[in-house]
Structures are given as structure tokens and as C-alpha cells.
Write a protein that binds this ligand. Structure first.
Ligand SMILES: [Zn+2]
Length: 126
């Protein structure tokens, strides 16, 4: 599976997005920017799944984004990547600043709220 820098830059620009290589998240969409972790290039299969995931996201906030984040991606692969590149753990913080603007990741907040709700339900039925 191909996941070279040139291949990714080509796909992303064909989608009309601007690619930014970062190290403080795994991958994310911020308006028309697609941020990808530069270390992903070392893991072609995971890199490709992150790229496919991020390209499916909308440039704003939509229900579709929540569905993509809830049902797609491997938590195990995500964690193994973060352990090797700890700065990527910032991906789990739902608020961040990028190019002078604040971004709130509603999907992540809703997933946390869901986990919290499940914990409350689990504890209260014991
Ligand atoms: Zn996502």
C-alpha cells in the first residue's frame, strides 16, 4: 500500500485541501486544512487508514463526522501509534488552537459524554 509524501500530497490537493504535516495529533480536519502526523509515513497501512478517515470528514461539524469517529478506525492501532509518538496523544484533547484559531472537536466531546453516561449507568445498576 502506497503512503509516500508525494502520493498523499497529490490526493489531498486533488480534494481541494491544504496538507499540513504536524506532530501533535494523528490526523485532523480543520476547515480546509488536513493535518497529518509526519511520523505516519513510517507506517503505510495505518497512514492510509488515517488518510481515508480524514478525507471522509466534512470541513465543519456534521452528524456524519460523529458517525465517522464513532465507527471507524482501530483504537488499538491508534494507541500503539501514540505510545511510539507521545505528542500524538494531543489528538484526544477535544480543544486545540491551530493557526491562531480555536477548534472544538464535537465528535470527541460527544464520545466522552457517551462513555461517561455508560459509566454512570454501569455504576448505578451494580
Ligand atoms: Zn475523525
Amino acid at each position: 500500500m502506497e503512503c509516500s509524501k508525494g502520493y498523499i500530497e497529490d490526493i489531498v490537493s486533488k480534494k481541494g485541501l491544504e496538507l499540513v504535516w504536524v506532530d501533535d495529533c494523528i490526523g485532523t480536519r480543520r476547515k480546509n486544512y488536513l493535518c497529518l502526523n509526519k511520523h505516519l509515513l513510517k507506517y503505510p497501512v495505518f497512514c492510509n487508514s488515517v488518510l481515508v478517515h480524514e478525507l471522509q470528514h466534512t470541513s465543519g461539524y456534521a452528524l456524519k463526522d460523529l458517525a465517522i469517529d464513532s465507527f471507524q478506525g482501530s483504537l488499538f492501532k491508534t494507541f500503539s501509534f501514540c505510545i511510539k509518538h507521545p505528542k500524538a496523544f494531543w489528538s484526544f484533547i477535544p480543544i486545540d488552537k491551530f493557526k491562531g484559531e480555536w477548534y472544538i472537536d464535537i465528535s470527541t466531546i460527544l464520545i466522552y459524554l457517551f462513555i461517561l453516561l455508560m459509566l454512570v449507568v454501569f455504576i448505578s445498576v451494580r
